[in-house]
Ligand binder design. Structure first.
Ligand code: MG
Length: 276
């Protein structure tokens, strides 16, 4: 006897999309730029996020959700850098979903966050189907996964705004052609930027960070202000602005003021001499 077919998948995605829309609205309301970083285990997601945190944290207020089936090693790596971090253990699930993100963002103050990193569970398949309400979807693939990995997993590459071929420094050692991987991604999704990165080549990591900043500024409609313009004026509350930088800025202002005053004095002295 054939039982009724239960179309579970349809309902799951419908519910997920409703919650994703709610997340998106919350992010919009508070000018939070949310980045969903997907990729297999060992592709280098955590390291790339760490590098982005180190580079952007003096300039913007950051937070992270670290998705993992179990354990909190990645969450600890982000928390060590001094940003609010929510470990999101999914249990048996192989992906983050909008509900987990919804619950996670209840634990932070969105009005105090500019950029939220969401490291998805290490998997190249399941995360592709779930909208989290993010602004930027990124996939990281390592050359160590083999240069035929992309065409075997087309879905995730078609859903992203940015793709990264990582660990290119070891491509030769693992007999992988990084350029083939780039062209496979371009074949699947011709409209997105594709970066080749290696932690050993700083400029390649900088290019990934620049993509985040560019997209964040495009969302909130701001130009890249100098660091001191981003922060609130010496708040009593929460600011990630390091104290030593505030001292540096105060010193710079003081030096400029002294410079202007001494110019004015010199000008007055010259005028006085001319009149005399
Ligand atoms: Mg990780």
């Amino acid at each position: 006897m054939i039982m009724h077919i239960i179309s579970l998948g349809h309902d799951v995605f419908k519910e997920n999309n409703k919650l994703a829309a709610k997340n998106k609205e919350k992010f919009r309301k508070h000018d939070v730029f949310a980045v969903n970083v997907m990729g297999a285990i060992g592709s280098g997601k955590t390291t790339l996020i760490e590098e982005a945190i180190k580079s952007l944290q003096g300039k913007y207020r950051l937070a992270a959700i670290a998705g993992d089936v179990v354990a909190d090693m990645d969450a600890n790596r982000f928390a060590k850098l001094g940003i609010p971090t929510i470990p999101a253990n999914t249990g048996k699930e192989c992906h983050l979903d909008a509900n987990i993100v919804n619950k996670s963002i209840e634990r932070v103050n969105l009005k105090d966050i500019d950029i939220l990193f969401m490291e998805n569970v290490g998997n190249l398949i399941c995360p592709a189907d779930f909208d989290l309400g993010e602004d930027m979807r990124v996939v990281v693939v390592s050359v160590s996964e083999g240069d035929d990995i992309i065409l075997k997993h087309p879905v995730v590459f078609k859903t992203v705004n940015l793709a990264i071929v990582n660990k290119t420094d070891i491509a030769e050692a693992v007999d992988a052609d990084a350029d083939k991987m780039v062209s496979d991604i371009e074949y699947l999704n011709p409209d997105i930027p594709v970066l080749k990165t290696s932690k050993k080549q700083k400029e390649t990591v900088d290019a990934w960070i620049a993509e985040i900043e560019k997209a964040y500024l495009a969302k909130v409609g701001k130009k890249a202000w100098p660091v001191f313009m981003k922060t609130r004026p010496f708040p009593g509350g929460s600011s990630s602005f390091p104290a030593e930088d505030i001292k540096t800025i105060k010193f710079k202002y003081l030096r400029t003021l002294v410079g202007l005053l001494s110019c004015k004095c010199r000008a007055e002295a010259v005028m006085g001499a001319l009149v005399a």
